[in-house]
Design a protein around this ligand. Structure first.
Ligand code: ADP
Ligand code: TRP
Length: 326
């Protein structure tokens, strides 16, 4: 059975892009695929952060993933910092990665340009991500377009390590969700809907109340003209709405376009579909949030299991790279 893994960084509010691009695809296959889902709390420390918020969001993300259907019996479910092998492997992979390789990462360049002081960890973050992936012999990493380059780096590092020190790691590959690899901001459809950079008005958060979701969709920026067509280059706003509708209903965006005569009708349909998709997740979240001990227990069990698997892998890696067993 192929192993599939993905992580979520607790650095902002989870939104529809995260749900469609990452959460739903991995959870929908946890029964038939060997699945690892984790909260990448260490990645949240690469930019300015408020310690209390990172802690609160880590629990919030874990609760949200359970609400979205992650089943700790069916998948490995954990918080990255609870399993010290992630950082242990990170260092060994830094010894396998070129400085230029890390510096070339597009996300590094974009994020570094917005910082007054760039943390060293922002540069090495994709190597920690490679460690997350390689530690569990992952075959597939379902991510949106923005993370593809980081998965490519993990591939390169795995191949290099295997060539230099003998076959040690499974070489992973990025897999795209079938539709909507990139959901755009409703208020500014040229930008990705994102936890960090986008506007509150254009981001559909998983914890938004149904009427808030509806209002945000109805106020979405559309394009000149009035015909509903799927044309991302010339009609980014309308195409994004069609993409969202397609992702919520499992249909084709261009086929859906033919069903609407006016932008207003399309928006109504999108609002309904988004509420139908997200309202049950939010309700379940609110129930689970009343019992944080249940969530903590699930995370502890996951970390214990992961520690066992990862410990075995680390012994193999250390031997290959030339460390004397303790
Ligand atoms: P953000 O960009 O909001 O900070 P992350 O980079 O933490 O989100 O992404 C978490 C997961 O969600 C990744 O797998 C990422 O590819 C996916 N993702 C994030 N934003 C979107 C989006 N707008 N559309 C589709 N998938 C997305
Ligand atoms: N860097 C990813 C993000 O911010 C989260 C992440 C961390 C991840 N480690 C990972 C995703 C490993 C896939 C595989 O979105």
């Amino acid at each position: 059975m192929p192993r599939r893994l993905t992580g979520f960084t607790p650095s902002g509010d989870l939104h529809l892009g995260n749900y469609i691009g990452a959460i739903a695809p991995i959870i929908s296959q946890q029964a038939t695929t060997d699945t690892v889902v984790f909260i990448s709390d260490l990645h949240a420390l690469t930019l300015d952060h408020d310690p209390a918020k990172v802690r609160r969001r880590t629990l919030e993300f874990a609760t949200m993933l359970l609400a979205a259907g992650a089943d700790p019996q069916a998948c490995l479910f954990l918080v990255q910092s609870h399993v010290p092998e992630h950082t242990e492997l990170h260092y060994l992979l830094e010894c396998t990665t070129g400085y230029g390789e890390a510096q070339r990462m597009i996300q590094f360049k974009e994020k570094a340009a917005r910082q007054q002081q760039v943390r060293m960890s922002l540069l090495t973050y994709p190597i920690l991500m490679a460690a997350d992936i390689l530690l569990y012999d992952t075959d597939e990493v379902p991510v949106g377009e923005d993370q593809r380059q980081h998965v490519e780096l993990a591939r390169d590092v795995a191949q290099r390590f295997n060539t230099r020190y003998g076959p040690t790691f499974t070489v992973p590959r990025a897999v795209n969700p079938p539709i909507a690899a990139r959901i755009m901001d409703l208020a500014s459809p040229g930008d990705k809907m994102s936890k960090s950079a986008s506007s509150a008005a254009g981001t559909l958060c998983l914890l938004d109340e149904p009427q808030v979701l509806r209002r945000k969709v109805m106020r979405a920026v559309t394009d000149t003209g009035s015909q509903v067509t799927y044309d991302p280059a010339h009609k980014p706003g309308v195409s994004n709405l069609l993409t969202i509708l397609a992702a919520c209903t499992g249909e084709e965006p261009s086929r859906l376009a033919g069903r609407f005569d006016r932008y207003g009708e399309l928006k109504e349909a999108v609002a309904d579909a988004v509420v139908t998709t997200l309202a049950p997740v939010r309700e379940r979240y609110l129930e689970l949030a009343c019992d944080p001990r249940h969530v903590r227990t699930a995370l502890r069990t996951g970390a214990d299991h992961a520690h066992e698997l990862a410990g075995r892998k680390m012994r193999q890696v250390k031997a290959a790279i030339g460390l004397l067993p303790g």
